[in-house]
Design a protein around this ligand. Structure first.
Ligand code: MLT
Ligand code: ZN
Length: 479
């Protein structure tokens, strides 16, 4: 077990000797931003935040911490929704920020790959790919802040999973610093490589509990030649599903995003986010943001979009719709979707359920889970939204108006358990894209118990026998 005592001054001196003064932050004022998560659910403490400038420096730091038995919390953009990147409260853990590992090492438009360091933001990686005529097909609401290392560590999903899969589907190679300070250089950019266990996939989604990702080779795809986006008002989630199946029937490969928003979630965005406006006549109970994209020129996406929407407007499946006429309009439609978390945060306390069910079951799931939560907490405001096209709904609950936020947050386990009971009925998952972090390890025995959890515990013990990598995250304590 890692040492629960604060790191000794001798360790901090040794770390300073590796990274210099600019690579080591100590003192409450300088470390505060690294000890609290985006949702402000956790306020940790740390004696130091280490900011290595290279993989070699990081390896040396990990070696020092391993020798001292000092636990490490790796941190990227600190945008975790489940407290996966903040230290605990006893001050024994050191935070390692990857922010200075921020180079794009290589981008090859023939191989269609880019080699990116962990501290590059997802947005910067997307822009670098676009500069060379390629697309990095991963997009999440926090992409301006989230860093590649964290995005891979949690196997982020986001808006384009319906077309391009999750982060893990885009990873060809990885460089990782292991818990004993060894550097594993697996930065291969091969499309085929059947050489034993697929180690890179072990680290993707392990949330920093097995090692620290320092760089990755990511797959790119051709940039779209046509993109069309539309906002569609619908009365029910069933109508949204109906619309989805119509686009699927025309050209499933063209659907790059199919996002659902509830009227309430949208109203929080319109109320709290400057510049957010609704380009539809009336606010509906649900709204869909659909995006179609293709790398083929003159593929006729606009005609397809108009045809599907015309028919859906005629038969009442869609109540109102608007098609983006410019890049600026497309961005303003996306703003309505991407600011959902911020809108909810400003409205009050919320309990998040990042769940997935089969796409066909999304409407039934929303109905049942809504009824369960309203019965549990009268006045609770149900805000389901998210990636309907891949079955991942953020079934978030906003505190009742005028309720005490602390009282509401104290109900989080009861709420999450009630939602998860419904998720289970639909053979879904209790964590679709945010990971387990510090919030959900208690759910693991129930959902992944038996051979699956045992195997995870054995892998953890084999790779990190000292238990120094991101303790308390993902896996529950062993009985
Ligand atoms: C998003 O898709 O905007 C985030 O993953 C959602 C959340 O706040 O639950
Ligand atoms: Zn999401």
């Amino acid at each position: 077990m890692p040492d629960p005592a604060p790191p000794a001054d001798t360790l901090l001196d040794a770390i300073r000797a590796v990274v210099g003064d600019r690579g080591l932050l100590t003192g409450r004022a300088d470390t505060a931003a690294y000890t609290e998560d985006w949702r402000r659910l956790y306020q940790g403490r740390t004696a130091a935040v280490v900011r290595p400038g290279s993989t070699q420096e990081l390896a040396e730091i990990v070696r020092l911490c391993a020798a001292a038995g000092t636990p490490i919390v790796p941190q990227g953009g600190n945008t975790s929704m489940v407290g996966g990147a903040v230290p605990n409260e006893d001050g024994s853990e050191i935070v390692v920020s990857l922010a200075r590992l921020n180079r794009i090492r290589d981008l090859d438009p023939i191989d269609m790959t880019m080699t990116v360091e962990a501290g590059v933001t997802l947005k910067a990686a997307q822009l670098a790919a676009a500069d060379r005529g390629c697309l990095l097909p991963l997009s999440i609401s926090s992409e301006g802040t989230a860093q590649i290392g964290g995005v891979l560590a949690v196997n982020a999903g986001g808006n384009n999973t319906v077309r391009h899969g999750n982060a893990r589907d885009l990873v060809l190679g990885l460089e990782v610093v292991l818990p004993d300070g060894t550097i594993w250089n697996g930065l291969r950019r091969l499309r085929k490589d059947n050489t034993g266990y697929c180690l890179r996939q072990l680290f993707v989604g392990s949330e920093g509990t097995l090692g620290i990702i320092t760089a990755a080779v990511l797959k790119l795809v051709p940039q779209p030649k046509e993109i069309e986006a539309a906002l569609c008002a619908v009365q029910t989630p069933e109508a949204a599903l109906d619309l989805f199946t119509r686009f699927q029937a025309h050209d499933p490969a063209a659907i790059s995003a199919f996002e659902l928003m509830s009227g309430l979630g949208l109203s929080f965005v319109l109320k709290h986010i400057p510049g957010a406006t609704l380009p539809l006549e009336t606010a509906a109970p649900f709204t869909v943001l659909v995006e179609l994209a293709t790398p083929r020129p003159q593929a006729g996406l606009r005609a397809m979009l108009e045809q599907v929407l015309e028919r859906a407007l005629e038969d009442g499946t869609v109540a109102d719709a608007v098609i983006a006429e410019s890049e600026a309009q497309r961005a303003s439609l996306w703003k309505l979707r991407e600011e959902h978390s911020e809108g909810q945060k400003r409205e009050g306390a919320s309990v998040k359920n990042d769940v997935s069910v089969p796409v066909s079951q999304v409407p039934a799931f929303i109905r049942k889970a809504t009824a369960a939560c309203e019965a549990l907490i009268p006045g609770v405001r149900v805000v389901p939204f998210g990636h309907m096209g891949d079955g991942n709904i953020h079934f978030n609950l906003e505190q009742p108006v005028d309720a005490d936020p602390a009282w509401f947050l104290a109900q989080d386990h009861a709420i999450m358990d009630a939602v998860n009971d419904v998720v289970r009925e639909f053979d879904g998952s209790f964590s679709a894209e945010h990971g387990i972090g510090r919030l959900k390890p208690y759910m693991m025995p129930d959902w992944r118990g038996g051979a699956e959890l045992d195997l995870m515990q054995r892998i953890k013990a084999a790779i990190d026998p000292g238990g120094i990598m991101n303790p308390g995250k993902v896996l529950p304590p062993r009985p």
